[in-house]
Design a protein around this ligand. Structure first.
Ligand SMILES: Nc1ncnc2c1ncn2[C@@H]1O[C@H](COP(=O)(O)OP(=O)(O)O)[C@@H](O)[C@H]1O
Ligand SMILES: Nc1ccn([C@H]2C[C@H](O)[C@@H](COP(=O)(O)OP(=O)(O)O)O2)c(=O)n1
Length: 248
């Protein structure tokens, strides 16, 4: 479905097959601007943006066995079990056909990180940390008007607590590995994106066209064979984990 140039470059599969999988985790407190910046990065640099919050919200609407549990946990500002999240991520990655992913809002705690590591075994290229003062994040979330039932003062405060108690230690873990790229997210959107752009500049060279990577449009793509095999292996592992944990 891509442009002519996409088709030509993909005709022997080399464009996707020869490239490695790039994963960037995007972290920061509620309302720091993860979704806003990810949308821009995806357009500019050809990444597929996977918002774990959005994947979970979509799952609550499918009537699946986990939907009700997910909805209750999110409303309370709690973190959903990692097996559920990793499975949704795998499915979305497979659907996308891309090999460059921004994973927004993940890993949110050590359990997320450990499950990801044991199942996926794909080291993130780096972690983009959008650093913003709590008062500013609170103001943004309460003005967001997206009809989210967790964007009320009570749930937001709980999410701030979860962020500082559970997510900051994950960021510190990656900091010790020299993988964190921190950006001042309190600035206006375009100024933040200027800083973000500088971090992603090395990924511009490989970018062909975002029209070839449109997961949301449900377009079928040829999957990079290496990624396809790897994700199929991961899916089997996640299934095994699921069998151990019965739905609530
Ligand atoms: N740098 C910024 N300055 C002011 N408002 C912002 C900025 N970044 C995002 N916003 C706004 O703040 C709200 C939360 O942003 P969002 O991207 O949804 O955050 P997150 O995904 O981290 O929860 C949105 O209404 C968005 O338009
Ligand atoms: N890895 C994740 C990411 C999000 N969630 C749940 C819990 C979070 O409070 C909600 C909303 O996350 P989302 O990233 O959409 O929004 P905020 O960054 O909190 O504004 O989703 C989760 O359980 N596990």
């Amino acid at each position: 479905m891509g442009t002519k140039v996409d088709k030509d470059k993909n005709s022997d599969g080399s464009l996707l097959r020869d490239k490695k999988i790039t994963i960037v985790f995007v972290l920061g407190g509620p309302g720091c601007g993860k979704g806003t910046q990810c949308e821009k990065i995806a357009k500019h640099f050809g990444f597929t943006h996977l918002s774990v919050g959005d994947l979970l919200r979509a799952e609550t609407k499918t009537g699946s066995a986990y939907g009700a549990m997910i909805q209750t946990m999110m409303k309370e500002g709690e973190i959903v079990p990692s097996e559920v999240v990793v499975k949704l991520l795998q499915q979305a990655m497979l659907r996308s056909g891309n090999n460059k992913f921004l994973i927004d809002g993940f890993p949110r705690n050590e359990e997320n990180r450990l499950t990801y590591e044991s199942v996926m075994k794909i080291e993130p290229a780096f972690i983009l940390f959008l650093d913003c003062p709590q008062e500013e994040m609170e103001r943004r979330v309460l003005n967001r008007n997206q009809g989210r039932d967790d964007d009320n003062i009570e749930a937001v405060r709980k999410r701030f607590k979860v962020f500082s108690e559970s997510t900051l230690p994950v960021i510190e873990y990656y900091e010790r590995k020299g993988k964190v790229r921190k950006v001042d997210a309190a600035k206006p959107i375009d100024e933040v994106f200027n800083d973000v752009k500088a971090i992603f500049a090395p990924y511009k060279a490989n970018f062909v066209s975002s029209s070839n990577f449109n997961a949301e449009a449900g377009v079928e793509h040829r999957m990079c064979p290496a990624l396809s095999k790897r994700l199929a292996r991961c899916a089997r592992k996640t299934k095994a984990l699921f069998r151990k944990r019965a739905p609530v």
